[in-house]
Structure formats: structure tokens, C-alpha cells
Design a protein around this ligand. Structure first.
Ligand SMILES: [Zn+2]
Ligand SMILES: [Zn+2]
Length: 222
């Protein structure tokens, strides 16, 4: 068997359960990503004694209440992994995390990937969040994203008043929506998407995110 990630051959331990599994990463590659456990209950950021982190306290103060289940730390290994998957187009890599993603599945929930703008989708050719969402459960394209000029092109004033780029196409019939994204950096994207869904009448909105950054937040109000 060759490792899905480093492609080196390795011996798969035999058991009836392993017979059914086809997508294997070797033990070395499996250890590379750092799972987030016992951190902030609202976003997974490591905190002392599982307290709510400063970012989430600020979001809550703005009246934005969203729980994000982040799976791994966006450390060096996480960044390398995501770069290869997202920008290198190595989509097979996502299979390494299929079991971890699927374990987050909630009964009766619809998984809504954070959309790319049409222009971005054309250049990247796939939506990295959509592939992750499909590994968890039933997926619907509920949101669309308008093109926003890149941050560098925006003036300071415009950046401060940047509008929410998301719009709802059609709400799913089930009342439980779980947003899916690849990386939680400032939290702005997920909070904007959640706010859009709630304003359109969604009853329950939460999120699953593959990575959570660990550096100081540059959060800005939305
Ligand atoms: Zn490997
Ligand atoms: Zn938090």
C-alpha cells in the first residue's frame, strides 16, 4: 500500500475493519496534523481550561453567535497540507481526513459549503469547501458569493465598510444548516455567511472548519 500523502509504501495493519478502508495515510503523515481538542468551545482555538477565546467574546459582543467546530490547528503542517490541496489541486488528499470529517456529521443537518465567487471558481476549477462538505453529509448550494475586489485593491475606507458578499439562493427545507469552510482566520467569512442565512430565516446555523489559525486575530466588525 502506498501512502495517500507522501506516496511511500508502508504496511497496513490487517484487521476486518481495514479491509474496507482504501484511503490510507502512513503513520508518519497521519501524525503531522495537530487536532484541536479542549480549546475554545465556540471555535477550537487553544485556551486555558477550555475558556471561550477573545475572538469569540468579541463576536458575541457584536451579537453574532456561531459555534464553529474546528478540527486541526493551522500550523506549519496544516498550512502545507492546505496549500497542496487548495492551490496545488491535489484533491485526493482530502480522503485522508474523510473519517474525521464524517465523524462530525449530525443527523438531519444540511452541509452548506462557503461558496467561491464565479471568477475564483473559474480559475481554481473546484471549491475546496464543497469537497470537504460532501465528505461529511448531504450538501446543498445555498449561498452565492459576489465578487469582491482583492483586499489590496480596496482603499482603507472601503475595506472598513466592506459589505457582506453572500446571498441566499434558496434555504433548504431542513432547519439545521452546518456551514463548511477550509480555514478559519479572522472568522469574518463564516460570521457573514451565518448572518446572511439567519436574516433569510434559517433556524439553526453552526459550522465545521478544517483548520483554525492560532496567531493573533485581526478580526474586524462585519
Ligand atoms: Zn505518508
Ligand atoms: Zn473561540
Amino acid at each position: 500500500m502506498n501512502c495517500l500523502v507522501c506516496r511511500k509504501p508502508f504496511a497496513v495493519p490487517w484487521s476486518p475493519a481495514t479491509l474496507l478502508k482504501r484511503d490510507w495515510a502512513c503513520p508518519d503523515c497521519d501524525k503531522m496534523l495537530t487536532p484541536l481538542n479542549e480549546g475554545c468551545p465556540r471555535c477550537g482555538h487553544p485556551t486555558v481550561d477550555g475558556a471561550t477565546c477573545g475572538d469569540c467574546v468579541r463576536w458575541l459582543a457584536l451579537g453574532l453567535d456561531l459555534t464553529v467546530h474546528s478540527l486541526y490547528a493551522y500550523d506549519e503542517a496544516g498550512a502545507n497540507w492546505l496549500h497542496r490541496y487548495k492551490f496545488g489541486g491535489d484533491v485526493v488528499l482530502a480522503r485522508q481526513l474523510r473519517d474525521v470529517l464524517r465523524a462530525t456529521r449530525e443527523r438531519g443537518a444540511v452541509y452548506v459549503p462557503i461558496p467561491l465567487s464565479e471568477e475564483r471558481l473559474r480559475s481554481r476549477r473546484f471549491n475546496q469547501a464543497e469537497l470537504l462538505a460532501r465528505m461529511i453529509g448531504p450538501t446543498e448550494q445555498v449561498l452565492v458569493k459576489a465578487e469582491v475586489s482583492s483586499q489590496r485593491q480596496l482603499g482603507k475606507e472601503e475595506r472598513r465598510h466592506r459589505t457582506n458578499p453572500f446571498a441566499v439562493q434558496q434555504l433548504p427545507r431542513c432547519g439545521k444548516i452546518v456551514l463548511v469552510d477550509d480555514v478559519y482566520t479572522t472568522g469574518t467569512t463564516l460570521h457573514q455567511a451565518a448572518l446572511t442565512l439567519r436574516r433569510a430565516g434559517a433556524e439553526q446555523v453552526s459550522a465545521v472548519c478544517l483548520f483554525r489559525t492560532l496567531n493573533k486575530s485581526k478580526m474586524r466588525p462585519i
